[in-house]
Design a protein around this ligand. Structure first.
Ligand SMILES: Cc1cc2nc3c(=O)[nH]c(=O)nc-3n(C[C@H](O)[C@H](O)[C@H](O)COP(=O)(O)OP(=O)(O)OC[C@H]3O[C@@H](n4cnc5c(N)ncnc54)[C@H](O)[C@@H]3O)c2cc1C
Length: 385
């Protein structure tokens, strides 16, 4: 592995920072709650589209830059460090778009990709159900073919952006007799279709990010089936493979630690100064996390498909983020609980927001237990338990 960024990657990093300096007065900073500030997230997405940076990894013919995995990691790192409100890009740019590029018909590409690369359409991911999370193939939402459409009944849960979305990548069971992985199909669902009911779920921080989504005889035209009927599991696996390096998670942690160190140097919050050896440990761990993330990007750049390496990066980055949030909140003392609205709050109230927001990060995108299972079996070659 090549340690260190190339001259070109360093130049890209500086260019991204300069552009973020320009646009950050327009969009502010996100503390992981940007869904609550939809306008800022949408403004940022459109500014990215205008700049041509919305879909760096995509082929040029679909509006991308054909950026290398290391270049993508540099983008992700700078956005996270600068707390850019990137939430609305996750599903369309990271999941739905690449899946449509890979499996879509010419017509589906013409229909859906321009709205994504212009930053105009908002997408959500309808995969998880109350009885199907880690074991996603157990999903029960049904889609029954009826003439030239499918009729969908069932329920999804934890659907981030569901209440804001125009479109949804939806998994539904189209064959109940087949083995569970072989009876699932992948649909592109118009969220304005009749029969959809959305109920908000508030997270620990009181923010409305995800939802329960109910389907009551919702019709999806058959031309919105992505890939073949009953082959949706394989399409979904590809969607989940468009995984990032987790480098953003470590960069966000590093930013909060840097802010705490700057506050300690300025003598603002004595607790941070007293916690200096713990802060030093966390900074070292951030360096490790950054290199674990670069390793995933570097492997992708060689044409390899990182597997347990991505799990190592995800596990390390999310658990480190929680450790840092715990340490900082503890070091800040009682005042650390003050929220962003209180002018006396340390680090402008970032600590309680991050502490609460980060609880979900070891669940979303595959729980820590699932990551450990992958590392044990695929990384270490241990037998399944
Ligand atoms: C912030 C956030 C946003 C999300 N956004 C979306 C979204 O937009 N769309 C969407 O479809 N889903 C979304 N999810 C859902 C997410 O994918 C699931 O929560 C996740 O896959 C875990 O599934 P579950 O919640 O059903 O937990 P379960 O799978 O029921 O797990 C419960 C517990 O059992 C453990 N466990 C389960 N299986 C194993 C095993 N084999 N070995 C060891 N331990 C195991 C888990 O680690 C966990 O501790 C989101 C979740 C969060 C937290």
């Amino acid at each position: 592995m090549e340690f260190g960024l190339t001259r070109e990657q360093q130049a890209l990093r500086a260019e991204i920072d300069a552009w973020l300096d320009e646009v950050s007065p327009l969009v502010g900073e996100s503390l992981g709650t940007e869904i609550a500030d939809f306008d800022a997230a949408q403004t940022f997405t459109r500014l990215l589209a205008k700049k041509g940076w919305l879909a760096p990894s995509w082929p040029r013919q679909y509006g991308g830059m054909e950026a290398t995995p290391m270049e993508q990691a540099v983008f992700a790192e700078r956005y996270a460090y600068r707390r850019a409100p990137t939430g609305l890009t996750i599903v369309p740019i990271g999941l739905a778009g690449p899946t449509i590029i890979h499996f879509g018909t010419g017509e589906q590409k013409r229909r859906f990709l321009p709205g994504i690369t212009s930053g105009e359409t908002v997408w959500c991911q309808g995969f998880s159900e109350p009885g199907a999370g880690s074991d996603l193939a157990s999903l029960q939402t049904r889609a029954v073919r009826d003439g030239d459409s499918y009729v969908v009944n069932g329920q999804k849960i934890w659907t981030s952006f569901g209440h804001l979305a125009d479109w949804c990548v939806l998994l539904a069971r189209t064959d109940v007799e087949a083995p569970k992985h072989r009876g699932i199909s992948y649909f592109l669902l118009d969220m304005k279709s009749p029969g959809i009911t959305i109920r908000p779920l508030l997270n620990l921080a009181g923010a409305h990010g995800f939802n329960e989504v109910f389907f009551d005889n919702v019709r999806i035209p058959s031309e919105n089936l992505l890939g073949e009927e009953n082959r949706g599991w394989y399409v979904a696996t590809a969607t989940l493979d468009f995984e990032r390096s987790s480098i953003g998670g470590t960069a966000a942690t590093r930013r909060t630690l840097d802010d705490a160190i700057a506050a300690a140097r300025a003598g603002a919050f004595p607790g941070f100064r007293q916690a200096r050896t713990r802060l030093a440990d966390l900074i070292i761990a951030c360096e490790v996390g950054q290199w674990l993330g670069y390793r995933v990007a570097w492997l992708q750049g060689t044409g390899a498909i990182p597997n347990y390496e991505a799990s190592v990066g995800k596990l390390f980055a999310t658990e480190l983020a929680q450790r840092a949030a715990n340490t900082l909140l503890d070091a800040a003392g009682m005042g650390g609980q003050l929220r962003t609205s209180d002018g006396r709050a340390p680090l402008n109230g970032a600590l309680p927001e991050e502490y609460m927001h980060l609880v979900s990060m070891t669940i979303a995108g595959g729980t820590s237990e699932i990551q450990r299972g992958i590392i044990a079996t695929r990384g270490l070659g241990l037998p399944r338990g």
